[in-house]
Design a protein. Structure first.
Length: 400
């Protein structure tokens, strides 16, 4: 897909009447801004344009960054009338009188009115609308002074043609220009490209102290998404802990169950490193889902351990018996779940990058987490029982 886009980018001409043409590969998941996006804030458009040009130059030096563009879109050509104050004063005219005359010529002025039986109709006088109007027609507009003279506009003013601004962006009560770019994922990533450009930001802001550069686009979307995921994980962890406290009627054992969550996260990190994948938004979404699944293994084991303790077995004996009896159900449950996830994670029968990252994180996190739980959890349970017994003996001594 990237090769097709590269070929189109280099050979497709700009269609007639179009201002720009861009090619992008559609991404799965929620909509995001461009991989590299920078907002420049300030007051003067000319200075903003200079900064935007420098930003584009710096981005162009980064390998893998392409399609660099800014948000400045030139609209229709406009003609600016620049009065010569000295010449105007010599013939008895002020700048405001010139402006009123030009406005009246194009917007019209009510010269008189005509009354019918039931209404009064204004008669407006203005220049005839012409699509081929030029500076010559503007120069022939006559401005009347207090002496009754008609002065041609081209004698007291100059004319400048320039492109008009199609869009004026404002944000945070300041004018804004956006510079954005795509990245070639075979050469770099959005994180690396943004990181490389951040080194140039202090120098630009030092040269233009009243102007500010902020990162937006995919970088800002990623930060917002990560913050939202962190909040979601905190809520999920608290909910899981509250349910465990009610189930086990204890505060210590739920803490022990929660230890299995970082065991699963260890599997996710190993899997992403082994496959050369970044810790993306979708991978973190899989980690949140994993937190609700991985605790099941610990709950199954701990429930059987408590049952053995109630029958009078010592902590070590109860831990060994629970490990032997509950190992098979834990492994079978893990295997059936992982077998359902791996075809999607590796694209067997069709690949969707949006879902594959979730399945990869969930599948390998569950696999490694289940193995670590089976190996380490019994030891942790015995240690917790010993700590609880030790604390109980000290409490009895203090009360006695």
């Amino acid at each position: 897909m990237n090769e097709i886009v590269t070929a189109l980018r280099g050979t497709t001409p700009l269609p007639k009447g179009a201002m720009k043409i861009a090619f992008e590969v559609a991404k799965g998941g929620p909509p995001q801004g461009r991989p590299v996006s920078l907002n420049i804030y300030g007051e003067d458009f000319a200075t903003l344009k200079r900064i935007a040009g420098r930003v584009k130059d710096e981005l162009g030096k980064i390998a893998g960054v392409q399609d660099v563009e800014d948000s400045e879109v030139v609209g229709k050509t406009e003609v600016r009338i620049v009065p010569d104050a000295a010449k105007a004063a010599a013939v008895g005219l002020s700048v405001s009188e010139i402006a009123q005359t030009v406005r009246a010529a194009f917007a019209g002025i009510v010269a008189t009115s005509s009354r019918t039986l039931d209404e009064e109709i204004d008669i407006r006088v203005q220049l005839q609308e012409r699509r081929d109007a030029s500076e010559n027609q503007l120069g022939k507009i006559h401005v009347g002074n207090s002496r009754g003279q008609l002065i041609p506009l081209d004698r007291i003013a100059a004319f400048e043609e320039q492109g008009s601004r199609l869009l004026i962006q404002h944000e945070k009560y300041k004018r804004k220009v956006n510079v954005s770019a795509q990245v070639d994922l075979e050469k770099t990533t959005a994180i690396k490209a943004n990181g490389a450009f951040k080194k140039a930001v202090p120098g630009i802001e030092e040269d233009f102290p009243d102007y500010k550069i902020e990162f937006g686009g995919e970088d800002a979307d990623t930060k917002e998404s990560m913050a939202s995921l962190a909040r979601a994980f905190a809520v999920a962890a608290l909910a899981i802990f509250a349910i465990l406290v009610v189930t086990f009627k204890s505060f210590l054992q739920p803490f022990l169950v929660m230890v299995s969550i970082p065991m699963g996260f260890t599997g996710v990190v190993w899997a992403l490193m082994f496959h050369g994948r970044p810790l993306s938004f979708m991978a973190m979404l899989g980690m949140i889902a994993l937190a609700g699944v991985i605790v099941n293994n610990a709950i199954v084991y701990l429930d059987f351990f408590n049952a053995m303790r109630r029958e009078g077995l010592a902590p070590q004996e109860a831990a060994l018996k629970a490990a032997g009896v509950r190992l098979r159900p834990i492994i079978l449950t893990c295997v059936t779940t992982v077998l359902g996830l791996m075809p999607t994670a590796y694209g067997i029968g069709g690949y969707d990058g949006f879902v594959a990252q979730i399945c990869l994180a969930l599948g390998w996190g569950l696999t490694i987490g289940a193995l670590l739980t089976a190996l380490i959890f019994p030891t942790l349970v015995v240690i917790l029982e010993g700590f609880a017994a030790f604390a109980d003996r000290w409490a009895r001594k203090l009360w006695v």
